[in-house]
Write a protein that binds this ligand. Structure first.
Ligand code: PMT
Length: 396
């Protein structure tokens, strides 16, 4: 995910410095070259060796070196960086950066880099609430730095309030967004639906399906990583939605329709990976339906065809979960709904379709061209789909 990227991770002296080890680990696992710079205070909390072991690179501290030792190599660190991340960033660090100090390796690197800078503050609630810190953060934000957090929660002092370092996932999402700025979906607005709608029968029961949201969420995440501005309209799902995208939670097909129609206006592409109920109970009982002798019938009525209804010059992509005559059925849906292409899912095998991490799909375009893809991770399928979306958008 971070293949070939050069990421400088600045770690400063906070109790949450240990979380930076996880950040370094995730970035390294994702293929990035991670250069860690630690302040002297940070090394009091976490040993540089921890970072060195994880990144397989020397950790830059220069804590004991005189200022004159900030040689060309250190400037090169700032030059080479695709992004510079400061996590955790203490109140002291923030103040020093705000006034542009350059009295150690860390501050020199931040001052000299032309790469985007992400700052994840971590401090006690009183320090965060102090107007000086707020002004300093505002100053850094106005210079184009990206401030992520802090979060609310229990702090090292025992107090509760704003000041916690945000979750590692949130910092990684910010890095993805920054790196994606030059991606092939940069500046594009994408609406993606996911999950399985639930159609109430009574206050405790509904008609639903086995969608976990994995396919749609993988699409949203991949589109975000490629620079897209993503709105994820999600019915209930089994996993948390990706960070760094706008999330709209819905339950029913009717609610999904309303959200999709609203968000599709002005969007560049709509991708419907949601498993939307085709029928819903005509009437949802207000009270719980009691068990009685004999049969119970529930009258069903058709839900609106959301994809079919959306128009307005945007790229429209549908999915089709099929258990027989996959290409024929999917092609019919492609035509009926006026799609640019459709992603047909074979749901007859255990490793494809609902609730698993992999998918085997056939992509059919409006000219009838059929492309059978092998079994892949849903994240890989997402990128294949987005390759096509990006291509269609580029050709518009
Ligand atoms: O969420 P996962 O567990 O990862 O599973 C992924 C998935 C199997 C749900 C997904 O890959 C998938 O195939 N989604 C489409 C499911 C489906 O059955 O679609 P459909 O054939 O009923 O509908 C065709 C298309 O029209 C779909 O894009 C659907 O979102 C859309 N639709 C359907 C009904 C409706 N009322 N309005 C719609 O817009």
């Amino acid at each position: 995910m971070f293949e070939g990227k050069s990421i400088v991770l600045g770690v400063t002296g906070s109790i949450s410095a240990y979380k930076a080890v996880d950040i370094a680990s995730k970035l390294t696992q994702g293929g990035a070259v991670v250069e860690v710079i630690m302040t002297e205070a940070a090394a009091e909390f976490v040993a540089p060796l921890s970072f060195q072991s994880i990144t397989h690179r020397p950790v830059h501290t220069a804590m004991f070196a005189p200022v004159t030792d900030f040689d060309i190599e250190h400037v090169a660190l700032a030059e080479r960086a695709d992004v510079l991340v400061i996590a955790p960033a203490t109140a002291n660090t923030i103040a020093r950066l705000a006034v542009g100090l350059a009295d150690d390796l860390f501050s020199c690197t931040v001052l000299s880099t032309r790469a985007p800078v992400i700052i994840a503050p971590a401090m006690d609630v009183g320090m965060y609430q102090n107007s000086v810190t707020r002004e300093n953060l505002e100053r850094l934000r106005s210079r184009g730095h990206i401030i992520v957090g802090p979060a609310y929660g229990r702090l090292a002092s025992g107090l509760e309030g704003m000041g916690r370092l945000v979750e590692v996932g949130e910092i990684l999402a910010a890095i993805h967004q920054v790196l994606g700025r030059g991606g092939d979906l940069a500046g594009r607005r994408l609406v993606i639906s996911a999950g399985g709608t639930q159609e109430p029968i009574d206050p405790v029961r509904y008609i639903g399906n086995y969608s976990s949201g994995k396919m749609g969420y993988a699409l949203a995440e991949a589109a975000r990583n490629r620079g897209g501005e993503v709105t994820l309209i999600t019915a209930p799902a089994a996993i948390p939605p990706p960070l760094g995208v706008e999330v709209i939670q819905v339950q029913t097909a009717t609610q999904m329709r309303q959200a999709v129609i609203e968000k599709a206006a002005g969007a560049d592409a709509l991708i419907m990976a949601a498993a939307v109920a085709d029928y819903r109970p005509e009437v949802a009982a207000e009270k719980k339906i009691k068990r009685r002798p004999g049969r119970l019938s529930i009258e069903l009525t058709r839900t609106p065809d959301i994809l079919g209804e959306v128009s307005g010059g945007l790229i429209k992509v549908g999915f089709a979960a099929e258990s027989e005559e996959i290409v024929e059925n999917a092609t019919r849906k492609l035509r009926d709904k006026g799609l640019d292409f459709i992603v047909a899912n074979d749901i007859t095998s255990a490793d494809s379709g609902f609730a698993v991490d992999t998918n085997r799909v056939i992509i059919i375009d409006r000219n009838g061209k059929v492309d059978r893809l092998p079994l892949m991770l849903k994240s890989e399928v997402a990128d294949k789909i987005l390759d096509r979306v990006a291509g269609l958008l580029a050709g518009k």
